[in-house]
Design a protein around this ligand. Structure first.
Ligand code: FAD
Length: 493
């Protein structure tokens, strides 16, 4: 079933416990910190099922229709359909909803391709996982995830000295009907807006951290779950004109606290295995499929940023300057290069052991490395092209509502080819995307969404066929001449 935007909004009114500062939010869909972004997510659901998109953004199986991000790919065309769906979702949200409903769903779909891995952990867990995947796709549910332990977990001795428990999330009891969780987990991007929360570990655990090795899922309104949202940027948007993106696309990030949260067995997928608790994402196509969404979204962002760069050059009347053209050419090349990296992942798709296709692992990690390392430089280049324009504009758009001031504004702020109001509109758009507090958060997001850089580097290191690379060097060395005492190169007979 493909649900409507209003079904989605209705589901958000489920009594979930969201704190914004000390305030307990009664209704996420009505609160000024969240309501517009909630509507933006709802709009994704409506656009996905609209006649012009439905054939791409969904697929049919057994007479039922499901969102394409749940599609288990058997052909390259299936993969193309998944990618095009990610692309449209990112396009509709300007690349600003990193954890849109297609992100975690892709992780879960990748895991569900290999249920045996979970069955090997405990009898029944493989079935639980497949059942959960099916529940998500049948309900067209939106899951976010918390897969990182809090910094406080890094010095367990400190807590032991004080006779306290380490605050990170762990299993505190196993009962006949399920497990009990206590502790904290981070960082739930879009968790305020999701239906479900996936709980797991994307960073390694030490052997003694068995209690933390739990992978499960909880509904957002599960008793004992509280969501501590960060500052809402949406709440501080001046107006839709002044902050066109901040006012509607602040997906928020939240720390999630678990206090005696009871999780029934059918929602538990792995326990006690510190290695597999992380490895599950890499031994299956899960991590690759989830991050394929991330880089496809990033590419939509690159296209928009490149557009901002071109418009800035045009409005600032510097398009004819060779150095500016060089800069634009560089951006265009980077954007097209990323598009090629995404397409290449499908052309060189890999098959998992149960016979399903997924994007090429090495190429995905190369693109991820590129995206996470280059966003700030790209943003910086375009901010430079904007010059001082963002700071020449009036404090807010109320100026335009005053006939006398508007006339003055139109007289003095217009430039060749662009009227003052359009220039105002463009600079607001550009600065909200690249310079605002939302933009700054995006800089951090693009750097960290897939974990810290040293970990991203390792994905590339470990997946490179170094043996082949070494063998090629060894073959050349084998064919090289024996060392001779005389240098004969170029010497006359
Ligand atoms: C905006 C945003 C959204 C996020 N969304 C999610 C989400 O949806 N779900 C989720 O689970 N997580 C999410 N995260 C969390 C993200 O995965 C973590 O921030 C990331 O793994 C880094 O962990 P940390 O913040 O604890 O940094 P730390 O581990 O404390 O690292 C701090 C700094 O030290 C460096 N460092 C630490 N150890 C080493 C080392 N051994 N070698 C070299 N350098 C090192 C790091 O590179 C980093 O620069 C999000 C983060 C951000 C910023």
């Amino acid at each position: 079933m493909l649900r409507t935007g209003s079904d989605y909004l209705e589901a958000l009114r489920d009594g979930r416990k969201v704190y914004i500062g000390s305030e307990l939010v009664e209704d996420v869909t009505k609160h000024h910190a969240f309501r517009n972004t909630a509507r933006s997510f709802a709009e994704l659901y409506d656009r996905k099922r609209a006649a012009e998109n439905i054939d791409t953004t969904s697929y049919q199986e057994g007479g039922e229709r499901f969102s394409s991000w749940f599609l288990m790919a058997r052909t390259k065309d299936d993969l193309r359909r998944r990618t095009e769906t990610h692309r449209r979702v990112a396009n509709w949200s300007y690349g600003l909803l990193g954890r849109s409903p297609d992100h975690v769903a892709s992780f879960v779909t990748g895991l569900a391709l290999e249920p045996d891995l979970f069955e090997a952990n405990r009898h029944g867990f493989g079935k639980n996982l497949v059942g959960y995947y099916d529940k998500l796709r049948r309900g067209d549910l939106f899951a976010s995830y918390v897969v990182i332990a809090p910094q406080g977990a890094r010095d367990p001795q400190m807590y032991q000295r004080e006779g306290k428990k380490v605050p990170t999330l762990q299993v505190t009891a196993e009962k006949d009907d399920g497990i009990v969780l206590n502790g904290v987990k981070m960082l739930g991007t879009a968790t305020v807006f999701s239906d479900e929360l996936w709980v797991g570990n994307l960073l390694p655990l030490a052997p003694e951290q068995k209690g933390q090795a739990v992978t499960c899922a909880v509904p957002m309104n599960a008793p004992g779950v509280s969501i501590w949202a960060r500052k809402s940027f949406e709440d501080y948007a001046v107006s839709e004109f002044d902050n066109p993106f901040t006012s509607h696309f602040d997906e928020n990030d939240a720390v999630v606290i678990f206090e005696d949260v009871e999780v029934p067995w059918e929602r538990v997928f792995l326990l006690d295995d510190v290695v597999m608790s992380r490895e599950m994402y890499f031994k299956t196509p899960s991590h690759v499929m989830g991050n394929h969404q991330a880089i496809t979204r990033f590419h939509e962002k690159m296209k928009l940023i490149t557009g901002i760069a071109y418009c800035a050059a045009e409005i600032n009347n510097v398009l004819q300057v060779p150095a500016v053209r060089d800069t634009l050419a560089k951006l265009a090349a980077l954007e097209a290069g990323l598009e090629a990296m995404i397409a290449g992942q499908i052309e060189a798709a890999e098959k998992n052991k149960t016979g399903f296709l997924f994007p090429n692992r090495r190429q995905l990690y190369a693109a991820l490395h590129w995206c996470t390392n280059n966003y700030q430089q790209v943003a910086e280049i375009v901010r430079e092209l904007l010059g001082a324009a963002p700071f020449q504009m009036p404090a807010d758009c109320t100026v335009l509502a005053d006939a006398r001031l508007r006339k003055t504004f139109e007289t003095y702020w217009s430039v060749a080819g662009t009227g003052a109001v359009d220039r105002f509109r463009f600079t607001r758009l550009a600065w909200d995307y690249l310079g605002s507090e939302l933009a700054s958060r995006h800089g951090q997001y693009e750097r960290f969404y897939a974990g810290p850089q040293f970990v991203n580097a390792l994905y590339n290191f470990f997946n490179c066929p170094w043996g082949e690379r070494k063998a090629a060097i060894a073959a050349i060395m084998e064919g090289m001449a024996e060392p001779t005492p005389k240098v004969s190169l170029g010497a006359a007979e």
